[in-house]
Ligand binder design. Structure first.
Ligand SMILES: CC(C)(COP(=O)(O)OP(=O)(O)OC[C@H]1O[C@@H](n2cnc3c(N)ncnc32)[C@H](O)[C@@H]1OP(=O)(O)O)[C@@H](O)C(=O)NCCC(=O)NCCS
Length: 150
């Protein structure tokens, strides 16, 4: 398995993974727009086949943000999510980031467990964050290289 930069040729496949992974999809145009905005965008590839992706950016000057991460249902629990997140965190770590934040649906216990393996902590819960009324758990991981100590 390798992790590499997203290219526009990956767009359809990333959208496929995104739509199988979330009830509320960003839509293919939004994924393309994110790429054009210059966000961090990596894919995991197994034998030339894209099996997962991560999208991240710097939200404020010193705050990283995981926008979206997903792995094809048929390839989960094989370490692809971990490899993608490790790479995203290592890129953000080079950029004077104080902490990395993300939102996860409060009912998505699998993803919360996944983030806990990285030592992400729960910051707070935002009720009604998603369109269907579900709340979001805001999680974060402090980074040492940033300007402000957490
Ligand atoms: C969350 C997600 C990206 C994890 O990807 P993955 O490739 O399956 O994760 P990994 O194989 O690297 O998992 C690493 C560890 O995280 C934990 N973990 C991962 N998925 C888990 C689950 N569903 N339930 C409990 N623990 C889980 C386990 O400790 C796992 O190690 P193990 O398999 O040796 O037990 C994947 O489940 C996914 O695409 N989910 C749908 C989209 C989503 O929810 N994205 C996050 C939204 S914020």
């Amino acid at each position: 398995m390798i992790v590499r930069k997203f290219t526009p040729n990956d767009l359809k496949r990333v959208f496929e993974i995104e739509s199988m992974s979330f009830n509320q999809s960003y839509g293919i145009e939004m994924v393309q727009q994110l790429y054009e905005m210059g966000v961090g965008f990596l894919v995991a590839e197994e034998d030339g086949y894209v099996i997962g992706y991560v999208i991240f950016w710097i939200k404020y000057e010193d705050q990283g943000h995981i926008i979206s991460i997903a792995v094809d249902k048929n390839y989960r629990r094989l370490g692809a999510g971990t490899q993608l997140l490790v790479k995203a965190i290592s890129i953000l770590s080079l950029l004077n980031i104080r902490a990395i934040y993300l939102e996860v649906n409060e009912n998505n216990t699998g993803a919360v467990e996944f983030y806990k393996t990285f030592n992400f902590k729960i910051d707070r819960v935002v009720p009604g964050y998603y369109e269907n009324g579900d709340g979001a758990i805001i999680m974060y991981i402090p980074l040492n290289g940033g300007k402000v100590s957490p």
